[in-house]
Design a protein around this ligand. Structure first.
Ligand code: HEM
Length: 427
């Protein structure tokens, strides 16, 4: 296309494949060459310009007019006609939410809907998160072995997301299937056959979201962000549209749930791989909030995000044409030695860990960041206190759902000696 006509492409840029083994197992390591030598490059395989240095990534996030977020939820792999037909059969109409909404529509909506995310409002959810976390740990604490993803993180974060949104707890297994399908549909590279299957699950997810919105509409007096939004729609129907409500109902479950489950699994993996750090936070829980931030920097759960260039410009000195699509690799920015000393070390005393861009930056920065932090804090508090002798099962093969953006181990097996559980000694 016109965005590519005049750009010479280096061999490594040519070979860059975000669905390949290197990026899938460690996105920032797979792009070290780029940070060092070619920090803004065009990927012909992807049809995107890739941005990998901290300052450039932040500059893109900072300007949401020049760099529009409108493509954030576009399917990164074009779908086959059969999948499109399948989506049409379910009247699939996912459109603008917040994360992919342009100005001037975005800011008034964000401002109107912000209150449930304030620390004072979030504090109401803390006892529920604590109770759920304890219950899930109770269920496996005597087993000596657990898959933290399947037996804890996935369901706790989904339950918290549903409570936060004010959605009746529905069939969790179904929702899990739906949200994985949404991730593959948006950021994955499914084969032709997979596309149809994924499209069917996405279509059903869309229908489910519509049903839930209608259910809440009939009685919007309950707690949670969706009832709150539906009540507000009466006062500002142009800001909070029907299309927005249906789309955010679906996207919101994924935004609140998968990101946090993945962040928890990423954090536990990197902490247990750095045993001395794990032992430090077991000995001094006062270090946990720093550890949460450093884990989000070091091994965050959103590896890359997208923007559309709305006028000819340049990024890091490289001319970029209007219409170009950007893959901004925030996980690479988080490992940029130009901003973070010894970026590959997990250092829970790092002064600037909080500068990470795992939650994005600027006017679209994650609204749920403090809810996510609270969940991670509670998971680490409970696990360090109750299972300090936890270790990773040594010879497991860690796998990731192949996609550009949502990143976390699909399973994380840990083991311990239940006879040595601290609460057996001090019940
Ligand atoms: C936006 C990451 C958890 C709700 C975003 C963005 C990222 C992100 C990268 C886009 C930022 C940008 O464009 O600058 C994460 C991560 C999470 C997490 C890594 C967990 C560790 C949550 C939770 C919720 C949530 C728990 C809801 C309860 C949102 C919303 C937006 C957003 C509503 C759109 C904000 C806007 O465009 O104005 N998140 N998120 N997120 N996130 Fe999160």
């Amino acid at each position: 296309g016109p965005a590519t006509a005049a750009c010479p492409v280096s061999a490594r840029a040519e070979a860059f494949d975000p669905f390949g083994e290197a990026y899938q197992s460690d996105p920032p390591a797979s792009l070290r060459w780029s940070r060092d030598e070619e920090p803004v490059f065009y990927s012909p395989r992807l049809g995107y310009w890739v941005v990998t240095r901290y300052d450039d990534v932040k500059a893109v996030f900072r300007d949401n007019i020049l760099f529009s977020p409108s493509i954030a939820l576009e399917k990164i792999t074009p779908v086959c006609p059969e999948a499109t037909e399948m989506l049409a059969r379910y009247d699939y109409g996912m459109d603008r939410t917040l994360v992919n909404e342009d100005e001037p529509a975005h800011m008034p909506r964000r401002r109107a809907l912000l209150d449930p995310f304030t620390p004072a409002q979030l504090a109401h959810h803390e006892p529920m998160v604590r109770r759920l976390t304890r219950e899930y740990v109770d269920a496996f604490i005597d087993a000596g072995k657990a898959d933290l993803v399947d037996e804890m993180f996935w369901e706790v974060t989904l339950t918290v997301a549903l409570h936060f949104l004010g959605v009746p707890e529905e069939d969790m297994a179904t929702l899990r299937k739906y949200s994985i399908a949404h991730t593959v549909n948006t950021w994955g590279r499914p084969s032709r056959e997979e596309q149809v299957e994924v499209a069917e699950a996405v279509g059903k997810f869309w229908q489910f979201a519509g049903t839930v919105v209608e259910k809440i509409r009939r009685d919007p007096s309950g707690p949670g962000w969706m009832p709150y939004s539906i009540r507000l729609q009466r006062e500002m129907p142009d800001v909070i549209t029907d299309s927005y409500l249906h789309s955010i109902m679906m996207a919101g479950i994924v935004a609140a749930h998968e990101t946090t489950a993945n962040a928890a699994a990423n954090a536990m993996k990197v902490l247990l791989e750095n045993r001395s750090v794990w032992e430090e936070i077991c000995a001094d829980p006062g270090l946990i909030s720093n550890a949460v931030e450093e884990c989000l920097r070091h091994n965050g759960s959103v590896a890359a995000w997208r923007r559309l260039v709305t006028a000819d410009t340049e990024i890091g000195g490289v001319p970029i044409p209007k219409g170009a699509k950007l893959l901004i690799v925030n996980s690479s920015a988080n490992h940029d030695e130009r901003h973070f000393d010894q970026p590959d070390e997990l250092d829970i005393r790092r002064e600037n860990a909080g500068d990470h861009v795992t939650f994005g930056y600027g006017s679209h920065q994650c609204m749920g960041k403090n809810l996510a932090r609270m969940e991670l804090q509670i998971f680490l508090e409970e696990l360090t206190k109750r299972l300090p002798h936890l270790e990773l099962v040594a010879d497991q093969k860690i796998t990731y759902l192949p996609n550009t953006s949502f990143r976390g181990p699909e399973h994380l097996w840990v083991q311990w000696d239940p006879a040595a559980n601290p609460e057996r000694a001090n019940p």
